[in-house]
Design a protein around this ligand. Sequence first.
Ligand code: HDE
Length: 760
Amino acid sequence: MTEDNPNTDPEESKSTNGGSDRPDRRETTDDRSDDEAMANGGTSNHDEDTVDEESKRTQLDDVRENPEGQRLTSDHGVKISDTDNSLKAGERGPTIMEDFHFREKMTQFDHESIPERVVHARGTGAHGYFQPYDDPDLGEYEDISELTKASLFQDSDQKTPVFVRFSTVVGSRGSADTVRDVRGFATKFYTEEGNWDLVGNNIPIFFIQDAMEFPDLVHAIKPEPDDGIPQASAAHDTFWDFASLKPEITHMVMWVLSGRALPRAYRMMQGFGVHTFRLINEAGDSVFVKFHWTPKYGTNQLVWDETQKLAGKNPDFNRQDLYNVIEAGYEPEWELGVQIVEEDEADRFDFDLLDPTKIIPETEVPVRPIGKMVLNETPDNFFAEVEQVAFHPGNVVPGIDFSNDPLLQGRLFSYQDTQLNRFNSANWDEIPINRPIAERHNNQRAGFMRQEINQGKVSYKPNSIGDDHPKETPAAEGGYEHHAEKVDGHKIRNRSDSFQDHFTQARLFWNSMSEPEKENIIDAAHFELGKVDRMEIRERMVYDLFNNVDHEFARRVADGIGVNPPEEPGDELPDHDEADPSLSILNRTPDTIETRKVAVLVDDGFDAEHLETIRSTLEDEGARVSIVSKLLGDKEPENGDAIEADKSHVTTGSILFDAILVPGGEEHAESLKTQGDAKQFLLEAFKHKKPIAALGAGIDVLEAVELPDIELADDGDGQVSEHGVVTNRSSDDLAEFADAFVEAIAAHRHWDRSDSEVPA
Ligand code: HDE
């Protein structure tokens, strides 16, 4: 199995077939008859009746290229006899202009890159499908069709293909994955009625309320314009200067300082549509909706020290995780949920549904699960799929519509525009990854890199020559019609009074955090603001923003950044102590260890029975187990067969694992006790709150590193389990021991440890 190491040998995970171990998918489409292709107007290989999970794959198959067993050719199909030497006038002479192969090879290379996304430049993606639940519990609504006519939600037997791209926001394409940042969560649904792009984030709110502020926000948070520093980080003066002058940012800042901005994996984070959208049913009735993605593997975070070390040890940590997990056969899954608010109920909240800096608390409106999304296929080609996928919140299908959220309204312009910059053509929607499986027929023509060959004489409407085709479709037959909302107002450049409360929900978020989460937020503020040079910016953050969220919080932040703690609570401190349990990550850890990574520290002389028994339980539960040793090669146990180490200390580290096991065996334990790397592995895992288990003499290694305030099992104690450290001197009941370890891993992190004196 390949592990999360940047130096992974590609040979480990790929075999033949042009470096790919998947079937040559081109074969499947070659069977398609010409008639079929013609019937689809040459634009799609599917008609509406055949849209299913495979539809998008089959369409992509047409353009896959596989070099296995093939000859090298030019771009124009001419076989090449030598691709190492340019054509020269004499052996040591100058290169000749006529060398078309040299010119083509070099020109193609010179033009290989396209502009990176202005935000969300770094990401990764995967294919999968969405499937509605049969008979979801919709509360007062009988059926999903009462809420929306969108066809992808109607039939629980229908799987709609999706492509999802996850991303960081601030860093450039080559930056590290584990920085403190919001994560993008963008889903393209290839529905039979056209593409729907749900372009969301892993945090349910945003920094600003109006699209007009976006360029300022992004300029403030990106590297500073004079020195281009820092990369992929908010910890610098310009971001906090902007923030300290924009109280509307307070709620988002609380989320960004929390563990939400340090996801353990893309498959372990929630996703949100953020804005209020509309659902529209057949009768044309509208309800407001917020979209939620809830991960099957739970919402889990990394700890700060770990993220910083990962950024060096494996900057591709999240990207590689998603790839490896899917390649290993796991299927990351999310539940799609909706919060529904009737139009005439919209005024009952003490915030504005159109304000993107607000959530609808789950204590007020429940999230109703309506379907699931499964990711089950990695891309074949990073550039063609992940880099070229282009999202646009304006891509909606009948049954889904917009609200007047001024941030959303601005996005409806920006995404189309940014794609023109990235692709240099309005034809970006024809690229295979962006092309719908629904048929396309219109009079939009030509332009750079046009792929379609539009037949016929007419490219205008109305026309009589082509019988007025392609014809419009009335709403009753599936044509998109915008919701006929009544709008009446003066033309003004203003912010609604209903957008002015910036602290009530920031306080709700703070109140909803567990004590360790609160400490994480304070530590994060100490880091972020500790890097701000200008004292007045630090002071404004404490006095004008944090002191209006919680007085004690503001004082604790002030203490760590050289600011005088405020004496009194802020003038705008909300008078409430409400909390919403759904906001705490700690309430979102499911009872499963599927996909978790466990390192077993071994050296010669380990107890093979320990290792094999625990390993088989962990693997039965879906965990991934790696043998880690000082050096690679075979390790001889005191009993049983030798095993091969998967990783050595130089090629891995505790930060790449979720849990650690030290089996028994006298000689092996004695050796581990003398290895600084092994001791560091344990101390660091302990400091990062990870579950640790040791058996027999393996406990001696834990004793040697002196874990503070942890009772370890002694002879006759039986099993001892404390703060996620599970130990047993005896091998009498290994099954019980394995179960206790599984339970400790399922808890993910053990926040109740006192580890401040651990040096790691
Ligand atoms: Fe984006 N955003 N955004 N954004 N956004 C882009 O589009 C923009 C916002 C989000 O994986 C850009 O194709 C404006 C909120 C994701 O390809 C650009 C505003 C949310 C992605 C753009 C916002 C998002 C983007 C850059 C304020 C969560 C990555 C490249 C009005 C609901 C999609 C691109 C991918 C990307 C503009 C705010 C999510 C420039 C103007 C709020 C996940 O068009």
